[in-house]
Design a protein around this ligand. Structure first.
Ligand code: IVH
Length: 674
């Protein structure tokens, strides 16, 4: 290929890739399978490698995660200050706002635009001659920080827009979708790192990283809602601007509405108080803006905020209840976790009976006592219940300050606090609670996925001393199982069959199931795909392990030490003798077969799932060739509807799209007919 040809080819590849990227990340409607995108990207990278001087940093899609980690962030002075909004907390505040606006404009009725108030971070994007050149945080409104490299990793931000005005500034809210947040915290817990309190903190923490590779892994997203300065076109209303932003290729939030007068605004607000639970991202209120731009200008600004807009803040989703007890559990790795047991109470649509108290420090800090304390409960980031504080006025005399035990509640061994850890740990390798938790983990869905062997049955088998180690599971006999309570012929034969079947699992399931410290399900898959057999992995050195993408020092060290242990070596020999498969059977992540159940299919999940978590369903569907997207359209093949499914289900029915319930999904995932 001549240089001239290479240049042309690169231009066309950049254009196609930008289009695919837009369809996937902005429209949420991919037109091609992921593999096609990957293949084109590969092609682009190969040509760029051959002609490095043809790499165009502002808009080459290969440069989204680019540059060395920074020493620190540069300051950016906003040409137009990034103001904040006045707040409204109830109907009266909103009516007052409307009255001020009407008086200011001397009219009877005003057209407003209502938008969701995304719970993230305000961001300013600067385009020069159509190219994205700088992205900044709000900071104090006047000066923010230059986080361009991190923002480039957000795929819904176009690197180039079809508008080559010298300068364009757009504003919006960067956020972390709930499922990314849950997956991130799960991975952090696996690595024994402190989880983020809510998606907002997680988004902020990610954008504050000096190394863009970290932000790139965090699956952030952004909704644009404003024009900062210098706009093109003759637009006269905010709603036209939103449409224009969308036409330029930006992601705008689809839920905005034009409302005639305050009554319609109140209806919109009311509606979202209920419906916010259905969203896949957190919102903390509604923003109301005067639609007409001339009217906005006429109203102007106070020192701090515009007079033409206001933020309605949802009341915090809190509830008051009684804390009846603090339960201590011993985790798989020996960590002792205290959990608050509560009088059941409804918070944000679900009933809460337990809330994690994390560790002793937190209990002390909040001065939580056992025996009659009344506590305030909320959901962190709309999802995980937590105790906010004790209602001191209602404290009764008998309450006792809580003290962590000095001995393991399961085995009685002395607990230790390892260096730099807040958690107390039982370090007895034979602690029954840890062994039992390890077995529960081993049979769980993302690990060996043994049907009919839930937590309860494992506990029963363990209690009856039929199993002590993983290997014992594969030595269970029909006769001994039949002796157990609630175990009939049928359930015993199903159970034995499921156990037998699990022997055939691909290596990554066993690897994850073993519970090697820091090795989560994703890392297990990476390791299995790379080393292919247990034997190879057992022999891998620290250097060979860290050479694998995604495997860090901490994990590599843990793996090496795990396999050095005599007991582990013995266990692996036993498992081999018992007939377990110790090789990787899975497809390479990129070449899922065309005959996979969901090959090439676009699937939307909606409503509350009860058998699986959304994360699990997504992983499974993707591993079977499918693509999970957020919104229902003509291109959707299947909608999986859980309980209380709402507008997405309605739309699916309207469009005549196949709808499955969770049971049907389960049948298919377990190998049944689609
Ligand atoms: S408009 C002149 N629209 O809420 C101020 N803000 O309380 C323009 N926010 O700083 C802001 N969603 O970080 C606007 N749809 C939306 C928003 C939104 C979230 C945030 C933004 C702003 C804060 C104001």
């Amino acid at each position: 290929m001549t240089e001239q040809e290479a240049k042309k080819k690169l231009e066309s590849l950049r254009e196609v890739l930008a289009q695919y990227n837009y369809e996937y990340h902005v429209l949420d409607k991919p037109s091609v399978p992921d593999a096609e995108y990957d293949q084109k990207m590969q092609e682009l990278k190969q040509i760029e490698e051959q002609y490095p001087h043809l790499i165009t940093p502002p808009d080459s899609p290969s440069q989204r995660v680019g540059g060395e980690p920074l020493e620190g962030f540069q300051k950016v002075t906003h040409r137009v200050p990034m103001l904040s909004l006045g707040n409204a907390f109830n109907e009266e505040d909103l009516k007052d706002f409307d009255r001020r606006v009407r008086e200011g404009l001397d009219v009877n009725k005003v057209t407003y635009v209502c938008e969701l108030k995304i719970d993230g971070l305000a961001i300013s994007l600067r385009y020069e001659n159509g190219f994205f050149v700088q992205g900044a945080t709000r900071g104090d409104g006047t000066t923010g920080e230059d986080i361009t490299n991190n923002l480039k990793t957000i795929r819904s931000i176009p690197l180039k827009i079809k508008d080559d005005n010298p300068i364009e500034v757009r504003r919006g809210e960067a956020y972390m979708p709930q499922k990314s947040f849950l997956a991130l915290n799960e991975a952090r817990e696996q690595m024994e790192e402190e989880p983020f309190a809510n998606p907002r903190n997680a988004a902020a923490g990610s954008l504050r990283q000096l190394d863009p590779k970290i932000a790139a892994k965090r699956n952030l997203d952004i909704f644009l809602y404003a024009v900062g300065e210098w706009e093109s076109g003759e637009l006269s209303t905010h709603s036209e601007r939103l449409t224009y932003l969308q036409q330029l290729g930006f992601k705008t939030n689809p839920e905005w509405r034009k409302c005639e007068g305050i009554e319609e605004v109140l209806e919109y607000v009311e509606n979202w108080v209920e419906k916010r639970a259905e969203l896949s991202y957190d919102i903390d209120g509604i923003v109301i803006k005067v639609d007409n731009l001339e009217a906005q200008e006429q109203l102007g600004f106070t020192a701090k905020s515009p007079r033409w807009a206001i933020a309605y803040k949802f009341p915090a989703e809190e509830a008051v209840t009684e804390l009846t007890d603090i339960e201590l559990s011993v985790g798989r790795t020996g960590v002792i976790t205290p959990t608050a047991i509560l009088e059941p109470v409804k918070v944000a649509g679900t009933t809460v009976q337990r809330a994690s108290l994390h560790n002793e420090d937190l209990i002390k800090e909040k001065d939580i006592r056992i025996g009659g304390d009344t506590v305030v409960i909320k959901k962190a980031g709309d999802i995980i219940p937590e105790v906010v504080r004790v209602v001191m006025d209602k404290r009764i005399e008998e309450g006792k300050p809580f003290a962590m035990p000095t001995e393991c509640p399961s085995c009685g061994n002395e607990l230790v606090r390892l260096e730099e850890e807040v958690a107390l740990r039982c370090i007895n390798p034979n602690c029954p609670a840890q062994l039992k938790e390890g077995l529960i983990h081993f049979v769980s869905r993302l690990a060996m996925n043994i049907d009919g062997l839930g937590e309860k049955v494992v506990e029963q088998l363990f209690r009856e001393k039929l199993i002590h180690t993983i290997a014992d599971l594969y030595r269970l006999e029909k006769e001994e199982l039949l002796q157990l309570e609630r175990m009939g012929e049928k359930s015993v034969s199903n159970l034995l069959q499921a156990i037998e079947q699990s022997k055939e699992n691909s290596l990554e399931r066993l690897l994850f199931g073993l519970g090697i410290r820091y090795v989560g399900s994703k890392a297990a898959k990476t390791l299995a795909a790379h080393f292919e057999t247990m034997e190879n992995l057992q022999q891998a050195s620290f250097e060979e392990l860290t050479a694998v993408d995604e495997i860090g020092d901490k994990m590599a060290d843990s793996i090496v030490r795990y396999f050095e242990d005599d007991k582990v070596q013995y266990l692996l020999t036993e498992l081999k003798d018992l007939g377990l498969n110790l090789t990787y059977k899975g497809p390479k992540a990129t070449d899922v077969g065309e005959d996979a159940v969901f090959a090439g299919k676009t699937i939307v999940l909606t409503g509350k799932l009860s058998i699986y978590t959304r994360q699990e369903v997504k992983q499974q569907i993707e591993s079977l060739g499918g693509n999970v997207t957020g919104s229902v359209s003509k291109k959707t093949d299947i909608v999986i509807a859980g309980e209380d499914a709402g507008s997405k289900l309605d739309k699916a029915n309207k469009l005549g799209i196949q709808v499955w319930d969770e049971e049907k999904l389960q049948t298919v995932l377990e190998g049944g007919e689609a």
